[in-house]
Design a protein around this ligand. Sequence first.
Ligand code: SF4
Length: 221
Amino acid sequence: MEQSTVNEMLAWQSGVRLEAVAKKLQTRGFEAEVCATREAARERVLDLAKEATTIGFGGSLSVACLNLTRALRDAGKEILNHGFPNLSAEEKMEIMRRQLTCDLFLSSTNALTEEGELVNIDGNGNRVAAMIFGPKRVVVVAGRNKLVTGGVPAAIARIAAVAGPVNAYRLGKKTPCAATGTCVDCARANEETICRVTTVLRRRPRCTPFTVLLVNEDLGL
Ligand code: SF4
């Protein structure tokens, strides 16, 4: 059997699973839809951003994979991204504060349970705070790789296994995982830890219009 045929079958399976999660998310009050490709997700984000003036980026690699910045700028949007190069600490802080009241906040989720819960672990807390209250709309872009079976414990285990160590390495943190690739749950004693805040969105936060785009591709960590 050709690898392309295997890939097609795997895409079928993940597509079916994502459709099921979309229904679970909808019962929890989220708007949710499946995008077959990252290009489709990109078009959907641009569509959702039409009425927005300020766009906050929470630092997600999944969102970065969609290459949105130039298109949004060309459409006249103000981009609030504290990850842009050459910003001072004060400028980053100011951008993160403004993200909390932006028109559209873009993020991914560290993990998504098959029951439709969004699970995140954060260091500053700015990303998870903006996902809960403040922006006029939140859009989460989640690749199929974020989906876990086994509920919130499995989601937290996924973050410890993948997103935590790789993000600590990417951000140049002095954590055990950034050296070994393995989480040793350092949050209690290590000032450098990026795992300070854990959130579980079990239902759409009451005051926040919230769209989850489930992408049938692997995106981000
Ligand atoms: S708790 Fe510490 S060791 Fe574990 S992923 Fe987070 S930063 Fe790394």
